[in-house]
Design a protein around this ligand. Structure first.
Ligand code: SAH
Length: 249
């Protein structure tokens, strides 16, 4: 009987996986991965058999039970099974169901965290999720309920919505219903963490404007304190003089 290592691959580009994740991958016999992960990650485990259990590999109706069963079967047959998940395994990754399946069969596991999309989006847009004085809390929220309906909330100073990219107009309306002011800042980042990431900034009332720009790309929507652009620093006479004589990189 082997063990299963859940590894957060980060939001996309292979170099955003952690050093620990790289080390564990190098020891894998089998890697079960989802569709979103970068093919370059394969180079970190050329010795392993790579199995696509995402929608492409299992068909659009890929059900979680089939993935759970596959995980158990592979762990019974191999020493080290890696379950590679986009972002962080603990954030909207159905980790609890996979852990429960392993626990039912007495299979050992380890979890290696990863960079979740909200954090990569904050980095790409240079919009810190927390702000001294105005942003004391952050909520990671899925815009999709289990039944596939859209829901929005206002439960934190900064709210980051996952899985809303296709319904930005509807999200805008739901945000208003949830009590966000029409002019509250909103920021959309698609393919965060990739070289071709796109960031756009809006107000809650005009979020629908982002739909075309981000169409077909995984996106997160940040609303509230963490979506606000930083004030530009006031340039003083002194720094102006310096910047004229210092070559820019
Ligand atoms: N476990 C993942 C989330 C999986 S849910 C994590 O921690 O990031 C899938 C949703 O994540 C997508 O609908 C999208 O909202 C978001 N997402 C995943 N990768 C992304 C990326 N590179 N840029 C922006 N959003 C991303």
């Amino acid at each position: 009987m082997g063990r299963v290592i859940f590894i957060g691959a980060g939001p996309g580009a292979a170099d955003l996986i952690t050093v620990r994740g790289v080390r564990r991958l190098a020891a894998a016999d089998v890697v079960l991965f989802d569709a979103l992960t970068d093919p370059a990650l394969r180079e970190l485990a050329p010795q392993a058999r790579w199995v696509d259990v995402g929608k492409r590999g299992f068909g659009p109706a890929a059900n979680q039970e089939a993935i759970n069963a596959r995980l158990v079967r592979e762990a019974q047959a191999h020493d080290v099974v890696v379950r590679l998940k986009g972002g962080d395994p603990s954030v909207f990754g159905r980790l609890e169901e996979e852990l429960q399946a392993l626990q039912r069969h007495g299979i050992d596991y380890e979890i290696v965290p990863g960079v979740t999309a909200a954090l990569a989006a904050a980095a790409d847009s240079a919009r810190p999720l927390t702000r001294r004085g105005s942003g004391r809390s952050v909520s990671l929220t899925t815009a999709m309920t289990q039944l596939g309906t859209l829901q929005a909330t206002r439960s934190a100073d900064t709210e980051v919505f996952y899985m809303a990219g296709r319904q930005l107009g509807a999200l805008s309306r739901k945000l208003r219903e949830a009590g966000w002011p029409a002019e509250a800042p909103a920021c959309v980042v698609s393919r965060a963490g990739w070289p071709d990431a796109i960031t756009s900034t809006h107000r809650v009332e005009s979020l629908a404007d982002a739909a075309v720009l981000h169409a077909g790309r995984p996106a997160v929507v940040t609303v509230g304190a963490g979506a606000l652009a930083l004030d530009r620093p006031t340039v003083t006479a002194d720094t102006q003089a310096t910047s004229q004589t210092t070559p820019q990189p």
